[in-house]
Design a protein. Structure first.
Length: 277
């Protein structure tokens, strides 16, 4: 297998079976590697707390955004002004935080192991699964045309470079309520792809994202709805189906939730008031 440092795609020679025939072929494969996320809470320039927060399986690229998005959606930090600096090498990242009352040190008692398929694995209790959003509430009282929604799958397909080469990766895309693409990230973990977007917008001081639309390339699971709610997102679309708990959370947070979205159809599960039908 051929891999370059920091690359998101590797090449491997394989045997491909086509009917009764076979041929040797060089295939492109999405990279999956561990990233250790740790924090140092500083008082002045001296650390008063050092903690390994998580080991997550991810596709390399936008690691800083991933770490910051993870810390935000887990409720450990609330704003970019809490971040002093970020130290990063190939498979580990350390976020230096300025000590304040807004950093929830109690959250650091959880033990996180995050696989590429599960964004809540490793949490110690049922209570630890739900994270409380601290952003100001918003009505997000916009409406969008029903046919505009069907254009998003085509836009995402054009932007998914890793998926188009490998067929083995998730994506999250953020649009303005007018349909303009703001950001797109890919990762073997669908929760990582979303954390990368949220972390990026956090560093740009763009949160809350209450007048934005989120599009997910897979199913709409509970942990993705929760992460989106933490960022103030009120409009979520997914290629796949939502889970029952995802629908419940969408209702609880006044989120418009769409599933089974493609170029010709979709289902509206909650929040139809934001769609001009």
């Amino acid at each position: 297998m051929i891999k370059e440092k920091g690359k998101s795609i590797v090449s491997k020679k394989i045997i491909k079976i086509l009917g009764d025939d076979f041929l040797e072929h060089t295939d492109a494969i999405a990279v999956e590697e561990p990233l250790q996320i740790s924090i140092s809470v500083l008082k002045g320039d001296s650390p008063i707390t050092n903690k390994n927060i998580s080991i997550t399986m991810r596709t390399p690229g936008h690691d800083k955004d991933l770490a910051l998005g993870f810390l935000f959606t887990e409720g450990i930090i609330q704003a970019s002004n809490q971040i002093k600096r970020v130290a990063h090498d190939e498979n580990s990242i350390n976020v230096h935080l300025i000590h304040s009352e807004n950093i929830d040190l109690g959250k650091l008692e959880r033990h996180f192991y995050t696989s590429s398929s599960c964004g809540v694995c490793g949490k110690a209790s049922i209570e630890a699964i739900k994270t409380i959003c601290r952003l100001p509430p918003s009505a997000a009282d916009f409406q969008i045309e029903k046919n505009l929604i069907k254009s998003f799958p085509g836009i995402l397909k054009q932007e998914q470079n890793i998926f188009n080469n490998t067929g083995g990766i998730h994506a999250a895309a953020l649009f303005s309520f007018k349909g303009e693409l703001i950001a797109m990230r890919e990762d073997v973990g669908r929760h990582n792809a979303l954390d990368k977007i949220i972390g990026h917008l956090l560093t740009q001081n763009q949160l809350p994202l209450d007048y934005h639309l989120l599009f997910l390339s897979g199913r709409a699971s509970f942990e993705l709805i929760q992460k989106a709610a933490m960022a103030g997102i009120h409009f979520i679309m997914a290629v796949g189906a939502p889970s029952s708990l995802a629908v419940e959370m969408a209702v609880e947070h006044d989120i418009t939730l769409i599933g089974f979205l493609n170029e010709t159809r979709y289902n509206i599960y909650t929040g139809s008031k934001r769609i001009k039908i």
